[in-house]
Design a protein around this ligand. Structure first.
Ligand SMILES: [Zn+2]
Length: 376
């Protein structure tokens, strides 16, 4: 398993390119008699593999692409070397999320070696564009195709790194939605010495910002933190010292809970602008709907397996950024996200503990065994 993971790490699969990871993975799945299908869409490569004829579909969802390394000379070991030091395996994509893929493939070997009779169907769905722009996202497309064909993934385990201090101390049963926008506040440009002739959009923006910052969008709920509003960029000014600018541009983002919706947020936001009598133009972009898994079939199985292997009970939450789980949720799928520690993901010196990957593998195996029992 560790050698296999090193091989995956040594492939520079910068998003949205797979660069051959799927060849290695498909090889493993073929040996287990999975039916492997490559579905390429726009610039994105994808692998969909299935095993079994009847019963509920359980799918492992993941991605082979990785984020850029940042300055390579800052890394203690070359980011695509898969260097091992003691219990640590270094490399871009170790935590996010090639270790989960290696662990899951190994768990399939373990599972099939002791469970010849399968009571459900197993699918593996991997994309090479999770980290990139969701507009090119393929998972969304495959889900639409499945819905058209009246097919459905019943249970989905996403291998994203969800753990904090110990493998399995935290799993995600939902994710917040992400709604972004670009706001242009329109004023009236003029000479800075003639305040009666200008309308300063920076002053208007300051009132708007205070109001937005102080607004309680919702209080969240048991699974979700309250909806949060953040500003990422503000631009205004002509560069000249004696000109009041004519406009101000601002980029902002909401991470929202299931207590709010795209509509309620947009409504509240624009009513603030109207109340303050601001002239504006706005573009909204929804990059992810929130989801929350209510049913307990997969949730309970994952919790039980984590407890079996580690002895502790995970925290169930909806923290973190968006994930491809949001596309699968459209099918009414039960989704649980569970993978290794997220501490070093996307960072310089990203790494995983080899001992952790083995624990992860054993938990994944236990999940498969328990699902098979549940469906017998
Ligand atoms: Zn990821």
């Amino acid at each position: 398993m560790i050698k296999f993971l090193q091989n995956l790490i040594q492939i520079e699969s910068l998003s949205p390119n797979d660069e051959g990871c799927f060849d290695l993975i498909e090889d493993r799945l073929n040996k287990l008699n999975f039916n492997c299908e490559r579905i390429n869409y726009l610039n994105v490569e994808n692998l969909y593999a299935t095993f079994g004829e009847k019963g509920k579909i359980f799918c492992f969802l993941g991605h082979t692409d990785v984020v850029p390394t940042g300055p390579k000379d800052k890394w203690s070991h070359p980011p695509f070397s898969g260097h091992i030091e003691g219990d640590l395996l270094y490399g871009r994509g170790t935590a996010d999320m090639k270790a989960s893929i290696a662990a899951f493939l190994d768990s399939l070997d373990q599972f099939f070696s002791k469970n010849p009779e399968l009571n459900f169907r197993i699918a593996v769905l991997l994309t090479s564009n999770e980290e990139g722009d969701a507009a090119d996202g393929f998972i969304d497309k495959i889900v639409d195709d499945m819905i058209d064909r009246d097919e459905k993934i019943d249970l989905c385990l996403v291998g994203e790194p969800t753990s904090y201090d110990k493998v399995g101390d935290s799993i995600r049963i939902g994710r917040r939605g992400s709604l972004g926008g670009s706001l242009k506040i329109i004023g009236k440009q003029g000479h800075i010495a003639y305040p009666e002739n200008v309308e300063n959009p920076i002053f208007s923006a300051s009132e708007v910002i205070v109001e937005l910052k102080n607004t309680v969008w919702d209080k969240g709920n048991e699974a979700f933190q309250p909806t949060s509003f953040q500003i990422s960029n503000i631009n205004s000014g002509t560069g000249a010292k004696n000109i009041v600018p004519g406009e101000l541009n601002m980029l902002f983002n909401f991470r929202y809970s299931t207590e709010s919706s795209q509509e309620t947020i947009i409504d509240k936001f624009e009513s603030i602008l109207k109340k303050l009598k601001v002239e504006y133009e706005i573009d909204w972009k929804l990059s992810g709907l929130p989801y929350l898994t209510i049913e307990n079939n997969l949730k309970d199985t994952v919790v039980k397996s984590i407890k079996n292997i580690t002895g502790y009970t995970p925290d169930l939450n909806a923290k973190g950024g968006t994930s491809d789980g949001r596309f699968i949720a459209k099918m009414g799928t039960e989704i649980v996200e569970f993978g290794p520690l997220n501490e070093t993901m996307h960072q310089i010196d990203e790494h995983v503990k080899i001992s952790d990957i083995k624990i992860l593998r054993d938990i994944y195996t236990d999940i498969l065994v328990n699902l098979n029992k549940n469906y017998s």
